[in-house]
Design a protein around this ligand. Structure first.
Ligand code: MN3
Length: 201
């Protein structure tokens, strides 16, 4: 069964002014679609066709580079669309808020560490909030790698991620990646992140 581009759970312009409609449209309908198409081509006729994208990521060292790049691209963007929402932002509550305070000291300190991971990832990649051995941690990965992958420097289950490839922000923010990262706090769906946190624990 071939992988498919998931439908965006909101309109392309729903995250404005933080993420502009044109960026969302190209990002979802062109970039993510290309990862899905290229992943399907790369695994056609192999056993990987029977696996979930998570299963493929967890054993990614066994696959050729096109599976790593496009499979990672498919997993990462599928997560990315769902952890953003219109009218979102604010702060997490409940167990997730407690876990953030426990791991980082405060929500403000978590924001500082996450923004630093996003800003200092050289070139293209992602910054993450992950569950690692039952605790929260911040990490980043190059290209379309992710913390599920057996090749990741820091492994865990990602519950929040920000795409820092230029295609994610260049139309609106040009070279100002830190401004895009600052705007990202306004579109994070903490209820969705909390759901992923509960599932990952
Ligand atoms: Mn992207």
């Amino acid at each position: 069964m071939a992988f498919e581009l998931p439908k965006l759970p909101y309109a392309y312009n729903a995250l404005e002014p933080h993420v502009d409609a044109k960026t969302m449209e190209i990002h979802h309908s062109k970039h993510h679609q290309a990862y899905v198409t290229n992943l399907n081509n790369a695994i056609a006729g192999t056993d990987a066709e029977k696996l979930s994208i998570e299963e493929i990521c967890k054993n990614i060292s066994k696959y050729p580079m096109p599976v790593r790049n496009n499979g990672g691209g498919h997993f990462n963007h599928s997560l990315f669309w769902t952890i953003m929402a219109p009218g979102a932002g604010g702060e997490p509550t409940g167990d997730l808020a407690a876990a953030i305070n426990s791991a980082f000291g405060s929500f403000a300190e978590f924001k500082t560490q996450f923004a630093a991971a996003a800003a200092t990832r050289f070139g293209s990649g992602w910054a993450w909030l992950i569950v690692k051995d039952g605790k929260l941690a911040v990490s980043s990965t190059p290209n379309q790698d992710n913390p599920l992958m057996d090749v990741a420097e820091v492994k865990g289950t990602p519950i929040l991620g920000i795409d820092v490839w230029e295609h994610a922000y260049y139309l609106n923010y040009q070279n100002r990646r830190p401004d895009y990262v600052t705007a990202f706090w306004n579109v994070i769906s903490w209820p969705e992140v909390a759901k992923r946190f509960s599932a990952a624990k």
